[in-house]
Design a protein around this ligand. Structure first.
Ligand SMILES: NC(=O)C1=CN([C@@H]2O[C@H](COP(=O)(O)OP(=O)(O)OC[C@H]3O[C@@H](n4cnc5c(N)ncnc54)[C@H](O)[C@@H]3O)[C@@H](O)[C@H]2O)C=CC1
Ligand SMILES: O=C(O)[C@H]1O[C@H](OP(=O)(O)OP(=O)(O)OC[C@H]2O[C@@H](n3ccc(=O)[nH]c3=O)[C@H](O)[C@@H]2O)[C@H](O)[C@@H](O)[C@@H]1O
Length: 438
């Protein structure tokens, strides 16, 4: 099928490329000319494992192209996806101005001669946005234009987006229009995954409910971790003990500094605002947010307790990205932690396998911070090592080398990556999350 994706960011570029990979012909549109220029030059504007190769192969095969022209995109696509940002407003509700603008732009490019078109919302949007998109397109399109609107939320995780897209747990398509649903089912035929067909409102709600539930799991285990600390238990054992129950599952029970990233913080805020706006306040999610914010404060207290004061202390910081396998630093807890330590006068030498460049460009950190590609070099003469992101390379660090390079052998592990016994063997003083047993 011929499809178009409007918005060539994390979601648009990765999903467009994966649609091309399974045989569709895809036009990716973006109104940022530098981004399109980069892609036309064969470069990828983001780090996502496996993506660069797939983009190259599909461009070479003639199934994937890039343009800044929405008109060209709409002319080429029987199915037109919207994958533009839905950022939070100061009160937590969703700024839908990007979606509204694209709906108008699509409407103005449609003609009755094009025949029936499907407009698909892939961005994460509040329930009932599809109805608004349909109204807007109808209002701005010529008489006689035929179209259907679908909600097809995206569940990919950054860092494993290609695999999540090619092998999804499920595909959700929601619409009140049978012709649109039939076209979407055909589009997804090459994927081996259960397809859940719903009305449009339910599909939109599934996305916010899914992200909120995952965030809830994280805050739940973090609250349990704090109880473990006070009681002298090990949260890793508790997570294993509850996670092996199939009804609960071990995934997303990793205690740590809490969730960050461009999605969970904004989507939880959005779901709180949506539920309030329709008269059904979801206060449980406010507690999820409170626990999440507390994790950072508690961790800082823990470091302060050992160091006494941050001023004139050199901290080796392992991790800048909001999670492993990405260069994305949006809403990264690692950066919030770094800024808090800098504010108290610490000197930081930071490292990250992929996110040094993005942290320098977009992190807005102010204070005495420098960066090194070499995670061991960061440790030289430092008063403590602080681990803030769950990169596997940190989990397998040579702890003898860590102990040798640090000035004082203090390690604060904000992601429970290291084995307490190994740290003991290396003569490191080790603090983690919810692991008070020695
Ligand atoms: N990043 C992620 O892991 C996931 C994001 N989502 C959702 O997908 C949506 C998009 O997120 P990202 O891809 O991360 O955003 P992004 O910021 O990486 O990409 C959005 C792109 O849209 C472009 N754009 C904005 N207005 C445009 C217009 N009028 N015409 C053409 N292009 C336009 C921007 O230039 C940008 O390149 C959001 O609603 C987000 O919540 C959903 C699942 C996963
Ligand atoms: O809507 C979205 O944008 C996406 O948001 C998340 O994906 P992502 O933000 O890429 O990353 P996650 O792997 O979910 O991690 C989010 C945050 O939670 C933290 N986390 C995750 C898991 C865990 O057990 N503990 C924990 O603290 C991570 O460190 C990270 O800061 C969801 O997992 C995706 O399904 C969803 O599509």
């Amino acid at each position: 099928m011929n499809i178009t994706i409007i918005g060539t960011g994390y979601v648009g570029l990765t999903s467009g490329t994966c649609f091309a990979e399974v045989g569709h012909t895809v036009t990716c549109v973006d109104n940022n000319p530098e981004k399109i220029e980069t892609l036309l030059n064969g470069e990828i504007p983001i780090f996502e494992p496996g993506l660069a190769e797939l983009v190259q192969q599909n461009v070479a095969a003639g199934r994937l192209k890039f343009t800044t022209s929405t008109e060209e995109g709409v002319a080429n696509g029987d199915v037109v996806f919207i994958a533009v940002p839905t950022p939070p407003q100061p009160d937590g509700s969703v700024d839908l101005s990007f979606i509204e603008k694209v709906a108008r732009e699509i409407a103005q490019c449609l003609t009755p001669e094009m025949g029936y078109r499907v407009i698909v919302d892939k961005s994460t949007v509040p329930v009932k946005t599809g109805e608004k998109v349909a109204q807007t397109v109808r209002r701005y399109a010529q008489e006689g234009v035929e179209f259907g609107v679908v909600s097809n939320p995206e569940f990919l995780r950054e860092g494993c987006a290609v695999d999540d897209l090619l092998n999804p747990d499920r595909i959700v398509i929601g619409s009140n229009d049978d012709q649109a649903l039939a076209m979407m089912q055909k589009l997804y035929e090459p994927f081996v995954a259960p397809v859940l067909v719903t009305d449009i409102n339910s599909a939109e709600l599934i996305k916010h409910a899914a992200n909120s539930f995952l965030a809830l799991k994280i805050s739940y285990i973090n609250a349990v971790a704090n109880i473990c600390e006070a009681a002298g238990a090990d949260v890793e054992k508790v997570a294993e003990g509850i996670g092996t129950d199939k009804r609960i599952g071990r995934a997303f029970l990793n205690a740590g500094l809490g969730y960050g990233g461009s999605c969970f913080p904004k989507d939880i805020k959005a779901f709180i605002a949506i539920s309030e706006s329709i008269g059904q306040p979801f206060d449980l999610l406010k507690e999820v947010e409170r626990i999440n914010a507390d994790q950072l404060t508690r961790f800082l207290d823990k470091i302060r307790e050992k160091l006494w004061v941050f001023r004139d202390k050199k901290i080796a910081l392992w991790g800048l990205a909001f999670k492993q396998n990405t260069d994305d630093v949006r809403e990264s807890v690692a950066l919030k932690l770094a800024q808090a330590m800098l504010d108290e006068g610490a000197t930081i030498v930071a490292t990250d396998p992929q996110a040094i460049g993005t942290a320098q460009r977009f992190g807005n950190l102010s204070g005495d911070i420098s960066y090194t590609e070499d995670m061991y070099e960061a440790l030289d003469n430092a008063d403590a090592l602080v681990i803030a992101t769950e990169w596997p390379v940190f989990a397998t660090a040579d702890l003898k080398e860590v102990a040798k390079r640090l000035r004082t052998p203090l390690v604060f592990d904000g992601r429970n990556l290291l084995d307490p016994e190994d740290t003991q063997a290396a003569k490191l003083e080790y603090e983690a999350i919810g692991r008070s047993v020695s």
